[in-house]
Design a protein around this ligand. Structure first.
Ligand code: PEP
Length: 252
């Protein structure tokens, strides 16, 4: 039995106005307000964070953002700092999501700076890694993802690494309805843990690794039953409070 506490994180992506966020938060709390045996976090657009702070700050549901910039302040038009997120009661931040890597051209060097800045500010980064279909079919997925982990966590001390959460999200499974089989997901998460052991030693056993990619109420139980999968990052199925709450119940 792992001593790592399970974590289920929702990624709303670019969805929900402030009033939709408020309605969701109220409905969600009614369903999961008594869940204390795992960690829950909702990663919302920046524009919904103030509402989530009002609705969730005093609850057991954590608040997260979907991105941040690594600089503390200054002339970085359109960017958001770690301190700004903390001011909005955020304790988590998704970094390196494949959509940002692809559409916003974020590279490992930038993502590594963001991970470091998040940790220095006391935020928990949820670092996303994962291969595309071409790499998987070429048998290069393990090496590619191991490389991402090494590059994105460069220059971190074991004490800092302990606080990182990794989300393994095969790009071909995101929003496609195709989930990696529990065995394939476990194989990768185990490889990620051995990569972490190479850089952080025994601390690797404390680092939470999530699976993400078309997680639903019907497949979460099998995924979290795997020895190296400590929870999930959920996109589409986190958009309805009742469906996300069902995923949480099925992950317990
Ligand atoms: C995600 O984008 O983080 C994700 C896992 O999306 P989905 O659950 O919709 O595949």
């Amino acid at each position: 039995m792992s001593k790592r506490r399970r974590l289920i994180a929702g990624n709303w992506k670019m969805n929900k106005t402030t009033s939709e966020a408020r309605d969701y938060a109220m409905a969600f709390l009614e369903k999961v307000g008594d869940v204390t045996d795992l960690d829950m976090v909702i990663c919302a657009p920046f524009t919904a964070l103030a509402v989530l702070k009002e609705e969730l700050e005093e609850s057991i549901v954590h608040i997260g953002a979907q991105n941040m910039y690594h600089e503390a302040k200054g002339a970085f038009t359109g960017e958001i700092s770690a301190e700004m997120l903390k001011d909005l009661a955020c304790t988590y931040v998704i970094l390196g999501h494949s959509e940002r890597r692809e559409y916003l051209k974020e590279d490992d060097e930038l993502i590594a700076k963001k991970v470091k800045a998040a940790l220095e500010a006391g935020l928990t980064p949820i670092l996303c890694v994962g291969e595309n279909l071409t790499l998987r079919e070429a048998g290069k997925a393990l090496a590619f993802v191991r490389g991402q982990v090494e590059k994105d966590l460069v220059d971190l001390q074991p004490a800092e690494l302990r606080k990182v959460v990794i989300a393994y999200e095969p790009i071909w499974a995101i929003g496609t309805g195709k989930t990696a089989s529990a065995e394939d997901a476990q194989e990768m998460c185990s490889a990620i843990r051995s990569t972490l052991a190479g850089i952080a030693g025994a601390v690797a056993q404390e680092i939470r690794i999530l699976y993400g990619g078309s997680v639903k109420p019907g497949n979460i139980a099998e995924l979290v039953a795997q020895p190296d999968i400590d929870g999930a990052l959920v996109g589409g199925a986190s958009l309805e409070a009742s469906e996300f709450a069902q995923i949480i119940q099925n992950a317990r």
